[in-house]
Design a protein around this ligand. Structure first.
Ligand code: ZN
Length: 118
């Protein structure tokens, strides 16, 4: 998980600029660790409220893991297969299922319109 968090910071954190944290003016504590009263603190023991609030939610699965939450077991509305998701509103296992379901709805609506015209 540590690797994913560092990757997310490097790609998504608005305060991570050229290897430094714009908020603290030093290295990102979640990437390079920190120091407290002369003692080294590993990156995994550091917290960043900005990261938790604004960066981490971009990755729901990682956010759940970070907070120690379990992912939800669900049944896909499209293909009927079981899948796990942390998003309460997720009803499809994948983008493919969501897209094909949307296409079906679209076709149905189209047919209805055609029938009404006849
Ligand atoms: Zn599915």
């Amino acid at each position: 998980m540590e690797k994913e968090i560092k990757k997310l910071i490097k790609t998504s954190c608005a305060n991570f600029i050229e290897g430094q944290c714009a908020l603290s003016g030093r290295e990102c504590p979640l990437i390079d660790g920190g120091e407290y009263r002369g003692k080294k603190i590993p990156a995994t023991d550091n917290r960043c409220s900005y990261f938790e609030k604004y960066v981490l939610p971009a990755d729901k699965a990682l956010e759940a893991e970070y907070h120690g939450k379990d992912t939800l077991s669900k049944k896909c509305k499209g293909c009927g297969k079981g899948f796990s998701s942390v998003a309460n509103r997720a009803v499809y296992c994948s983008d493919d299922c969501r897209k094909s379901a949307r296409r079906k709805t679209f076709v149905k609506a189209n047919n209805k319109r055609l029938n009404n015209n006849n």
